[in-house]
Design a protein around this ligand. Structure first.
Ligand SMILES: *Cc1c(COP(=O)(O)O)cnc(C)c1O
Length: 386
């Protein structure tokens, strides 16, 4: 019998699209160093520039803004590091504002910078995971250098009012960054419309390869490279171009743009099917996040009196792959910091499971989950001493 594999962990990473694989196989022949002046170099650079345009189109970014990085973690770190440098150089704007539910690549950077003595304020979120705008307003001031707020949360899917936050921050003279990694290919993302100065994304969250991403930087805003070396990317990011990965990301970007509307509706439908099925078949469940502002395809549910890790392992035995909290934080057995920051109580935070859909999931798979999940929860609750 064939092994069942139902992959519902698409917010952690996605499989490669077949067109991406084909394009990358071809691009493996493009071994020229894209910075070389000879024909092989120029051919590689041409392919890279094509990908740059595809990414730019995908996020409606200004001309000249796209800088390739190794992914969203590097892009996020680059932004925080450059503002840290400006503070070191004596900028009067010496405070950074972000939120309590950012991706670990920001949360951990914040912890590190705080240890070094920098002032970083975390704006709280409400019980749906949305930034509380009144609190954000209170945190503004003429000493704020940077405001960084993610567009869509990786764990509970909450979409933030980034456009409003950008307006507010700019009004106070601060620069604005958004980590748009989870939103790409799921909701329309326009850097122009959002009005942000910096935007991070990562190819492996939209069926492209791992280890490649983008930091989009609006012209005229502060910048300092994180990597020094060769003159790639106009001196903004040193290191020989990863031709293959960049080409793969370009193809993934083109597909994501073309199929956005259809895919977004399909993901939402699957998510709602599973949510309704769970609510109908399992008593006492809590759906986390926001009903009105949620990424299609993300469903985070707490099952009181059942441990998240146990649910995950039992589902895994049935071939169903999900996550507890964020992939980067799981394995730690710590309750989700995103849920705790949203005011979810600690027991519920311990019993949460994230189902995240992608382009290869089907309705039949949702039926299969709805067949396997209720008895697992029932059994775990019977075993529970609480
Ligand atoms: C996955 C993810 C990242 C990290 O991206 P990498 O390319 O793996 O470094 C950053 N932010 C969010 C919101 C993510 O979902």
């Amino acid at each position: 019998m064939e092994q069942t594999i139902i992959y519902l962990d698409n917010n952690a990473t996605t499989p490669l699209h077949e067109d991406v694989i084909a394009a990358m196989n071809r691009a493996n022949e493009l071994y020229g160093n894209a910075s070389s002046m000879h024909a092989m170099g120029r051919e590689a650079m041409e392919a890279i520039e094509e990908s740059r345009q595809a990414v730019r189109d995908l996020i409606d970014a200004p001309e000249g803004s796209i800088v390739f990085t190794s992914g969203a973690s590097e892009a996020n770190n680059t932004v925080f590091n450059l503002f840290r440098e400006r503070i070191d150089l004596g900028s009067k704007r010496n405070r950074i504002v972000t939120t309590t539910i950012e991706h670990p690549s920001i949360i951990e950077m914040v912890a590190h910078l705080r240890e070094l003595g920098y002032t970083i304020d975390l704006c709280p979120v409400d019980h749906t995971g949305r930034v509380v705008m009144e609190e954000m307003e209170k945190l503004m001031g003429d000493d704020v250098a940077l405001v960084s707020v993610m567009l869509g949360n990786n764990e509970i899917g909450t979409i933030q009012p980034v456009k409003e936050i950008a307006l507010l921050a700019h009004h106070h003279g601060a620069y604005v960054h958004t980590d748009a990694t989870q939103a790409i290919g799921k909701i329309p993302v326009s850097m122009e419309e959002l009005g942000v100065d910096y935007l991070s994304l990562s190819a492996h969250k939209f069926y492209g390869p791992k280890g490649i991403g983008v930091l989009a930087i609006r012209k005229g805003v502060p910048f300092a490279p994180f990597f020094h070396g060769g003159h790639q990317e106009g001196g903004k990011r040193a290191g020989t171009y990863n031709n293959t990965a960049i080409v793969g990301m370009g193809v993934a970007a083109r597909i994501a743009r073309e199929e956005l509307e259809e895919e977004s509706a399909r993901l939402w439908k699957l998510r709602e099917m599973l949510r309704e099925g769970i609510e109908a078949s399992i008593p006492n469940v809590v759906v986390n996040g926001s009903r009105d502002y949620c990424l299609p395809g993300t469903l985070d549910v707490s099952f009181p009196r059942a441990e998240g890790e146990s649910i995950l392992l039992y589902l895994d035995l049935e071939g169903i792959m999900v996550s507890t909290g964020s992939a980067c934080a799981s394995g730690s057995l710590e309750p989700s910091y995103v849920l705790l920051a949203s005011g979810v109580d600690i027991e519920l935070a311990h019993g949460s499971i994230r189902f995240s859909f992608g382009r290869y999931n089907t309705e039949d798979e949702v039926h299969y989950v709805l067949e396997k999940l209720p008895p697992i929860i029932k059994r775990l609750r019977e075993m529970s001493i609480r």
